[in-house]
Design a protein around this ligand. Structure first.
Ligand code: C2O
Ligand code: CU
Length: 527
């Protein structure tokens, strides 16, 4: 059913306002078109006036300060709430933000030092926070039904079976208004990120702004002469689209946003036509002619990027990769381009000292169309001393040995048609909270074969893994410790991991957030 805007306002305006969405949560307030760029999802087109490319200065999200610290723990307080943000010049956008900003504040953590995040939910909907890449006990991992209910109260809506083809899932550890998430950080230095993980609603809630950075550091990394301070730039890349009034509507199948499900046009993933870096559309940043460390996360719902530099440096490769999802590589590797699926992180050194002062260097995306081929611009504005270096050995990285694997499992990530609708499943099953798809013992090493006929970024909670093999050969982006791996059509991937740290139930799933909300997720239990 297609509602006119007026009919929609009559029918559902109250509920939409109550959700903090403003009046623009209609099913299709934006024009849509499919894209021809290798992302076969659907594009939302903005109706709002957009800024010129590279006219807005890059912003670095503020680092959050602990409310108190003791010998081994830093305590933080954070509130998820509705807020107004200026994303497009001269316009206000309603967002859902941790502490009211998008991205949320950045956490600076230390390996072995515990972090406790006291989280308060002032949003009009339940939330669940997952620290992506965290080696976290199950009760703080953000299991999708461990809801943190809103301060203002919550009446679960009576659900229709839903466009996602599964029954709404309930029955996790529910808390009201406030709770603590506890992160022991018994893990390597790495750039993690935190985001919403509410069952069936992750995609719209992340789209509205619930994502931020969480950097873990350690002495091994701090001892290296890598670029640091203002020459270390965290870059959280997302795509969004804006309605004429500046709002950032998500194409839910239910205009009130109360029922789960994306409009079926977008079942393969929602793409926007505006690229935001740290929440700024196509920003620019002035840099010195020196090495910079770019710590990039693809925090987009569904968009894949193939990053390049334009112009490439006169000599040498554009990127030197020093780290991946799980921290530093053993040794740097030179890359011409970086292909990123959602949730992956790449830790890259770019030497702007190779360019003459006055050069503008654009980070481009070969998988885009029109303006989504452009990400951001670096303006080389001054000469500078550069004492940084890229050591030939970065870190000790244990290579997991396939001979130690005690078992092998195979998971198929596939789309099927049920009653003429797309469904996304793992081994032919939609997510079922009770069904345990894998039950490694604590300390077991296992090899998992992941298979698919389409594109899916596959993420495991709790553990990092290594990519052992890929049909057609390993890709450079498979290097190092990973927590998310790209599956491409008919290109089986083998990963190896050791289940350490904590017993309990965790999820693994597709990180295309639309697929995730359509229940392309499964449990593993560490016993
Ligand atoms: Cu970044 Cu289970 O997700
Ligand atoms: Cu998927």
């Amino acid at each position: 059913m297609v509602l006119t805007r007026r009919a929609f306002m009559r029918l559902a305006g109250g509920a939409a306002l109550a959700l903090g969405l403003g009046a623009c949560s209609t099913t299709n307030p934006l024009n849509t078109q499919s894209t021809a760029n290798g992302n076969d999802e659907r594009l939302l087109r903005s109706a709002a006036p957009l800024p010129a490319l590279f006219s807005q200065p890059l912003v670095i999200p503020p680092v959050i300060k602990p409310v108190r610290t003791d010998q081994d723990t830093d305590y933080y307080a954070i509130t998820a709430k509705v807020a107004q943000a200026t994303i497009l010049p001269g316009m206000q956008t309603t967002i859902w933000g941790y502490n009211g900003i998008f991205p949320g504040p950045t956490f600076e953590a230390r390996r072995g030092r515990k972090v406790v995040v006291h989280t308060r939910n002032e949003l009009p909907a339940p939330i669940v926070t997952h620290l992506h890449g965290g080696h976290t006990p199950p009760e703080s991992d953000g299991y999708p039904t461990d809801l943190l209910l809103p301060a203002a109260g919550w009446q679960a809506p009576s659900h229709a079976p839903g466009a996602n083809h599964h029954q709404p899932m309930q029955g996790g550890q529910i808390t009201q208004t406030e709770r603590d998430y506890v992160y022991p950080h018994d893990q390597r230095a790495a750039m993690l990120w935190y985001h919403d993980h509410r069952m069936d609603f992750t995609a719209p809630q992340v789209w509205r702004g619930l994502a931020g950075l969480h950097i873990v550091r350690d002495d091994e990394e701090a001892a290296l002469p890598l670029p640091r301070d203002e020459r270390e730039l965290p870059l959280l890349i997302t795509d969004r689209a804006f309605a004429a009034d500046g709002s950032m509507p998500y194409p839910s199948s239910d205009p009130t946003g109360m029922q789960m499900g994306v409009d079926s046009t977008y079942h393969n993933g929602v793409l926007g036509d505006v690229i935001l870096v740290n929440g700024v559309p196509w920003p620019f940043v002035e840099v010195s002619a020196a090495r910079y460390r770019l710590r990039i996360v693809n925090a987009s719902n569904a968009r894949r990027y193939d990053l390049q530099l334009d112009p490439p440096p006169p000599e040498g490769s554009p990127f030197t990769q020093i780290g991946s999802d799980g921290g530093l590589l053993a040794a740097p590797q030179e890359l011409k381009r970086v292909y990123m699926t959602p949730a992956e992180r790449f830790d890259l050194i770019v030497d702007f000292g190779r360019y003459p002062v006055g050069t503008n260097v654009v980070l481009t995306n070969r998988l885009g169309d029109g303006n989504t081929t452009q990400i951001m611009q670096f303006r080389v504005v001054r000469q500078a001393k550069d004492e940084s270096a890229i050591p030939a050995t970065l870190a000790q990285v244990e290579r997991l040995d396939p001979a130690q694997a005690v078992r092998t499992r195979t998971f198929d990530f596939n789309q099927a048609q049920v009653d003429g609708q797309a469904v996304y499943r793992v081994n032919d099953r939609l997510f079922d909270q009770q069904f345990i798809a894998a039950d490694p013992a604590l300390g077991d090493t296992e090899i998992w074969t992941l298979r698919s006929t389409t594109h899916h970024p596959i993420h495991l909670h709790l553990v990092n893994f290594q990519v052992l093999a890929r049909a057609g050969g390993l890709e450079p982006e498979d290097a190092g410790w990973k927590d998310t791996v790209r599956l491409t059509p008919r290109n089986d991937v083998q990963i190896i991991t050791r289940f350490t740290g904590y017993r309990g139930k965790y999820v693994f799933h597709c990180h295309n957030l639309e697929h995730e909300d359509m229940a392309m997720m499964a449990n593993f239990t560490v016993r």
